[in-house]
Design a protein. Structure first.
Length: 451
């Protein structure tokens, strides 16, 4: 019985992950529901109901806690806690249609306490499943608490990225469904919040800084693809390719990558050839990950004008995915310098990257990227020409230089202003959240000074 319950937890996680990745009528989604239904049928043959729960962050059944499943089923635990689900009860007489409807409900619902699940269950004829809620939010929880939650999520995501990359470097097997689900979760949590992440989180450990950059490039690439109206599957495919695009560099000794003195010729050759190494590593995973990560890893330093590296015997323009990841890679690398001594404000990044239009970058893709991001992205703290300080709240694709801003200082002159509709007011500079802008962070709802 214990093994069947254990299988039930595993199939439940797989079903939720599949439901978030595929449509409700997709054969893959149906396949995972069928597995879950089969084991539930066996269990419910000899008992009236089965209660699966979560106790202090651990999966539980009756009086037993499955401590040994914590690591393997971390995504399920995180999902249940975020959805505020304390227990799920399956009753004898459960029909496949009910389980399918419940799986769709779980996969599509971000927070159970924000919907009327009983109304949904009645509407879809779900009579033999019940879901119990966790306690409501603790009285006194504040936006600062929400900020801490975002920071913790981001830092946990960096660790997850590190784990995914190390699996490949160590030639371990990859759970593709789990990887795809994690990338989807990243997209839901953080896509479109690049500037917020620069303000909220300062990664101090050098080894983690590399993974933070790869996470950011993944998020920016998915944001870019979403704005270009790629189908969701293609957005996730690009996200996975972006995640692994620099795996070849990670395969090189950190001693070489962090070396401050001049590189020896052999060391230089190693770094220059990291796209080839990355493609070779990922070629061993093409049955699992597909061919796109191999292509992007190989091409992300091949320029639009067909120069760059590696040198090609028959030069050709890189794959559009490689060009998109290249833009996001350079953008984030320049943006991350804002946490350190060299300050590249967003308008300076725009100028630097536009110097490479038609050379390093595809001109049309670069123009579209900045139309979507804006010269001053959402979340940027800016000084206005009348001396006030504001935060960018919305970017206008027709006028990337004229965003909508919310004045935050002085507080008695707070207002929202669409700068694309006025010539009297303009942005004069972006204020670094780790420098001049730091003192204004407490004035922004849901913000706090970076750690």
């Amino acid at each position: 019985m214990r093994d069947k319950v254990k299988s039930c937890f595993i199939y439940l996680m797989n079903t939720i992950q599949a439901g978030k990745i595929y449509s409700e009528n997709h054969p893959k989604f149906k396949e995972y529901i069928e597995r879950l239904y089969a084991v539930l049928e066996e269990i419910l043959e000899g008992r009236k109901e089965l209660t699966l729960g979560i106790v202090k962050g651990e999966l539980a059944w009756e009086n037993e806690i499955f401590f040994n499943l914590t690591q393997k089923l971390g995504p399920l635990i995180a999902f249940l806690e975020e959805s505020r689900i304390e227990r799920i009860i399956f009753q004898q007489g459960l029909r496949f249609e009910e389980l399918h409807g419940f799986a769709v409900f779980l996969a599509r619902t971000r927070r159970l306490d924000k919907v009327d699940e009983q109304e949904y269950f009645n509407l879809h004829g779900i009579q033999n499943i019940r879901a119990g809620r966790l306690r409501a939010l603790v009285k006194g929880e504040t936006p600062e608490g929400a900020v801490d939650e975002i920071r913790i999520k981001y830092e946990n995501s960096i660790q997850s990225v590190s784990h995914s990359l190390n699996q490949v470097l160590n030639e371990e097997e990859i759970d593709y469904l789990d990887l795809r689900f994690n990338v989807l979760s990243l997209m839901e949590d953080f896509v479109g919040r690049h500037q917020d992440l620069l303000s909220l989180v300062a990664v101090k450990e050098k080894d983690l800084a590399t993974f933070a950059h790869l996470l950011n490039v993944t998020l920016l690439s998915m944001f870019f693809a979403s704005k270009l109206e790629f189908p969701k599957d293609d957005v996730l495919d690009l996200g996975i390719a972006a995640l692994y695009h620099d795996v070849g560099k990670l395969g090189i000794s950190l001693g070489i990558l962090n070396k401050r003195t001049k590189l020896a010729e052999q060391e230089y050759v190693q770094i220059r050839d990291h796209p080839v190494l990355g493609a070779k590593i990922l070629d061993g995973y093409k049955e699992t990950l597909g061919i796109l990560p191999v292509i992007v890893a190989f091409e992300h330093h091949v320029r639009y004008d067909q120069t760059g590296y590696p040198k090609l015997a028959y030069p050709k323009k890189p794959h559009p995915a490689s060009m998109m990841v290249s833009i996001c890679d350079v953008y984030d690398a320049l943006a991350l310098k804002r946490s350190y001594k060299k300050d590249y404000p967003p308008d300076k990044i725009y100028e630097i990257m536009n110097l490479e239009k038609g050379k390093m970058f595809d001109p049309q893709l670069l123009d579209k990227f900045f139309r979507f991001m804006g010269i001053w992205p959402v979340g940027t703290i800016v000084a206005l020409s009348d001396g006030r300080v504001a935060i960018v709240r919305e970017v206008h694709e027709a006028d990337p230089r004229g965003p909508t801003v919310e004045v935050i200082d002085p507080q008695e002159r707070k207002e929202a202003i669409d700068l694309s509709k006025t010539k009297e007011l303009r942005v004069t500079e972006a204020l670094n959240p780790h420098g001049k802008g730091k003192k204004y962070l407490p004035l922004i709802q849901g913000s706090s000074p970076p750690v």
